[in-house]
Ligand binder design. Structure first.
Ligand SMILES: [Zn+2]
Length: 437
């Protein structure tokens, strides 16, 4: 475990900082328990390369906090059968809220990302910023109320928001699809309202963190997670850490150029991936096809009203075997494949995970993406990463938002402070603040 991506970064830490060393050991034991449990103390000692005494101390601490449990005896290898230890995902709970362009989804999950309660609300972002904020509060409050049995054990709330985020300051800087949405101090307003620690992250990055912790990315240290809905964004995990880039600007896969002579993107450039392969692009191509009189089921599904054509309608028609719809989905898949091939050339991820509304367009969409990446990614000859759908479906970003809380809990430096496990641990505590052991 010490060599895993997350911990490898800390090899250079001075041994004098015992608090951080204890955190590293604690994270290693917790990670091992989560990944392989139930396990004996000896198993964990072998996997983490920590001494049996250290493992024993940490396990005692975890058991006293309810995070680990003894669950009977394992196979004897000659002597006394070992006591088996298991991670307890119900020790604490996480809340996550996803603000999308057309909906808000809020969840409460356990420490394995299993959804305990969920609320979904349709949203009209054109009603403006005040309305969006009050809807966000309403959905969050409803979800926390539904989780009444677990509310006292909810250790934090994560927010997933489109656009540019300053994760450190907890500010939603700019969301292109929400009119008037600029510099909203989301973490502060949510903490003031709900009195629990909050985190905010860009939706694609929240999705990536959720997939890494609970979903298709589990066990991988290098992940490219692509969110394809009304827009296209990517969450990048490198050596077990989310990569944000300067001022959180990394992962704007939707604005790489696919065709320099292509249509104008809202960002001002021509032929961005987003304006050629996201949901609105698929809908726009379908409207053209219907208007030019092509015989297609899309026409019938919307009763001839072209303004009702969405990417969902197109994928429904494609799944019913409509040839025109299928070719539109394939075209979007091919274009997305070009974008992903470019990203694969740059990052060489171990796995590519695709989520968001358009990712549910069906097998032909994924076939086309995989074919295109295989043809165009340089490293595909030796190492073609698997390209898979998000396992979390529509909840990928809300569960990812909840995962932000767990990620912060498990961050080295936080966890030893957290260990008395009072529920008031600070997120990203200022350096000047004295920490108690
Ligand atoms: Zn653009």
């Amino acid at each position: 475990m010490e060599q895993s991506g997350r911990n490898a970064c800390f090899n250079s830490i001075k041994a004098s900082d015992t608090r951080i060393l204890k955190s590293i050991n604690l994270v290693a034991v917790l990670t091992a328990l989560r990944e392989i449990g139930p396990a004996s103390r000896a198993d964990i000692s072998r996997i983490t390369k920590l001494t049996p005494a250290t493992v024993s101390n940490i396990i005692s601490l975890l058991i006293s906090q309810g995070i680990a449990e003894e669950v009977g005896y394992g196979e004897s290898s000659g002597g006394r059968p070992p006591v088996m230890i298991e991670f307890n995902p119900k020790a604490f709970y996480l809340a996550g809220v996803d603000l999308g362009a057309t909906k808000i989804i809020a969840v409460v999950t356990d420490l394995e990302g299993n959804i305990i309660t969920r609320t979904r609300m349709e949203l009209n972002v054109n009603e403006g910023r005040e309305s969006v904020m009050s809807n966000l509060f309403h959905v969050t409050e409803t979800t926390l109320e539904q989780a009444v049995d677990t509310r006292s054990k909810i250790v934090g709330l994560g927010l997933s928001v489109p656009g540019l985020i300053d994760a450190e300051l907890g500010i939603s800087v700019f969301a292109p699809n929400i009119p008037g949405w600029r510099n909203i101090p989301l973490v502060k307003v949510f903490q003031d309202e709900f009195h629990i620690p909050c985190k905010v992250e860009n939706d694609a990055r929240a999705m990536a963190i959720g997939e890494a912790m609970f979903g298709a990315g589990r066990g991988y240290a290098n992940i490219l997670c692509v969110n394809v809905g009304r827009g296209i964004g990517a969450g990048i995990i490198i050596n077990g850490e989310i990569y944000r880039g300067k001022q959180g600007g990394a992962g704007e896969l939707g604005h790489i150029t696919i065709d320099p002579n292509g249509p104008v993107c809202p960002c001002g450039n021509h032929g961005c991936l987003e304006v050629m392969a996201a949901g609105p692009a698929i809908a726009r191509s379908a409207v053209e096809a219907v208007k030019t009189g092509k015989s297609t089921l899309i026409h019938d599904l919307v009763g001839g009203n072209t303004e009702d054509i969405t990417a969902e309608v197109v994928s429904l028609a494609a799944k019913k075997g409509d040839v025109v719809a299928e070719s539109l989905i394939r075209e979007a898949g091919r274009r997305l494949g070009i974008g992903i091939a470019n990203a694969v050339n740059m990052l060489s991820p171990e796995i590519v995970i695709i989520g968001g509304g358009v990712s549910r367009a069906g097998d032909v969409f994924f076939e086309e993406i995989r074919d295109t990446v295989k043809k165009r990614a340089f490293t595909a000859m030796v190492n073609l990463p698997p390209i898979v759908a998000s396992t979390q479906g529509e909840e990928a970003s809300s569960v990812g938002a909840a995962a932000l809380v767990l990620e912060e809990m498990l961050a080295v430096g936080n966890i030893s402070h957290l260990m008395p496990f009072h529920l008031n641990y600070p997120f990203s505590a200022p350096a000047s603040k004295p920490r108690t052991k």
